[in-house]
Design a protein around this ligand. Structure first.
Ligand code: SF4
Ligand code: SF4
Length: 436
């Protein structure tokens, strides 16, 4: 059978064997959590608490400040010890941070009421998702209530179970261990979007997940086995592979009547609606050759990375890089006191033997980056234009269509870090457009 896929892409070593058979474990409730106010795409939420205030687990501590923004809740019961600033690895600058100290052995929850989703209307369900501070858990952390309020008609929901990033296995475990919650989450989203069809896309390197999900298929839910290739889980590539629809340049999935949600997000939606739980914890993979016992865990948001690495047996060998997220699209952190965020799908610890030489050489015009680019771009040309500060020319060449997947940098024999430059190029271009 010919497997569904897209044009371009790369085949990095999967490295999923390090953690894929490790069942989800609950990490202990931390003594302190470090919560960035900015946890999602969009505007920072407005703070509702002050230093010295007592808070309960699940209590709302910051609320949306604009259309694209999300609520924030306390992950533990304790006291707000400090409101300060700390380097934010995604923003690349110091950012507002709350430190909450645990004061109570009990983990007293401030839960919302349970909603019978079969009887509720779409508006109430979206309002609950907004109230619970749900964001996309695949990494992008876009507020989910906004994504589930498309101004266009939708005919298909796609659930992203591809988990194409090397090393990461938490979505795999969620599909195996939380199947019923996932299916309930999908039914809630189908009700919100008023769609009759939902397709869960899963790469064939997760055969056991495909088999498990197939037992729950039916009543509009289908499973689509996908070829194992990076970046199979990128929205546009997923839609092309599953439905053979092309999202136009500069467009969104809703332009082709589709909404894509990640596996973990669907489960968080079930928890918010049925169990009344705000988003204060998430599943993530702690892995890489640089830790002794790679694991899949559920941990409170705001837990320092160093505590989670310790939980995975501590360091193994000479560590070169610690990455938030997967090695292709994740961000290397400057130190391990950085806490996890809502969008943190994994922590990958890499040794020097794995990363190899980081020495960059000149482009040898081999064209491999062009072949690998899933967006049909010429990454070598874009890189050159951005380096020359020819931002308008780079945009005409397709800079804004780049999905920052890193396939070009991965395949490049000269070890050119296209992505860093292309991200910067987009940032500078947009700032110039805004007149800054
Ligand atoms: S140019 Fe952008 S979309 Fe193309 S391979 Fe590189 S990072 Fe991916
Ligand atoms: S893969 Fe690297 S060396 Fe080859 S054309 Fe692209 S940028 Fe140049």
């Amino acid at each position: 059978m010919k497997l569904l896929t897209f044009k371009g892409g790369v085949h990095p070593p999967e490295k999923k064997e390090l953690s894929k058979d490790s069942p989800l474990e609950n990490f202990k409730i931390p003594e302190k959590v470090y919560l960035y106010l900015v946890q999602s795409a969009g505007a920072p939420p407005k703070l509702l608490v002050e230093k010295g205030q007592e808070v309960k687990t699940g209590q709302k501590i910051a609320e949306t400040s604009s259309i694209i923004s999300s609520n924030l809740h306390s992950p533990i019961t304790g006291v707000v010890e400090d409101i300060t600033k700390m380097f934010h690895p995604i923003l690349g600058a110091p950012s507002d941070l709350l430190i909450i100290k645990r004061t109570d052995e009990k983990d007293e929850w401030d839960l919302l009421d349970s909603i019978d989703f079969e009887k509720a209307d779409s508006k109430n369900l979206v309002e609950r998702i907004k109230e619970a501070g749900i964001v996309g858990l695949g990494g992008a952390a876009f507020p989910t209530h906004v994504k589930l309020s498309p101004p266009k008609e939708i005919d298909t929901l796609i659930i992203n179970g591809a988990e194409c990033e090397p090393y990461l296995t938490v979505d795999h475990r969620l599909m195996l261990e939380r199947t019923e919650d996932l299916i309930t989450g999908i039914r809630i989203i189908m009700k919100i979007l008023k769609v009759k069809r939902a397709i869960i896309g899963v790469e064939t390197n997760k055969r056991d997940a495909i088999d498990t999900l197939n037992r729950f298929a039916g009543n509009g839910i289908e499973i689509a086995p996908l070829k194992t290739k990076y970046p199979q889980g990128a929205e546009k590539q997923l839609i092309k592979a599953i439905l053979n629809r092309e999202v136009p340049s500069g467009g969104l999935p809703m332009d082709v009547k589709v909404v894509v949600q990640n596996v973990g997000t669907a489960i968080a939606i079930k928890e918010a609606v049925v169990d009344g739980k705000p988003l204060i914890e998430r599943g993530l993979t702690i892995t890489g050759e640089g830790v002794k016992t790679p694991k899949n865990i559920v941990a409170r948001i705001g837990t320092p990375i160093e505590e989670l690495i310790e939980f995975a047996g501590g360091y193994n060998g000479t560590v070169e890089k610690v990455i938030l997220g997967g090695p292709m699209m994740g961000i290397a952190v400057p130190n391990t006191s950085i806490p996890t965020m809502k969008g943190t799908s994994g922590i990958v610890v890499l040794t020097r033997e794995v990363t190899g030489s980081l020495y960059t050489r000149n482009c040898i015009r081999c064209g491999r980056c062009i072949e690998a680019c899933p967006m049909n771009l010429r990454p070598n040309v874009l890189y050159k234009l951005v380096k020359m500060k020819r931002y308008d020319d780079a945009v005409n060449e397709g800079l804004l269509d780049c999905i920052e997947c890193g396939s070009c940098a991965y395949i490049c024999p000269s070890k050119i870090d296209h992505v860093r430059h292309l991200k910067l190029g987009k940032k500078v271009y947009r700032a110039l457009r805004r007149g800054k």
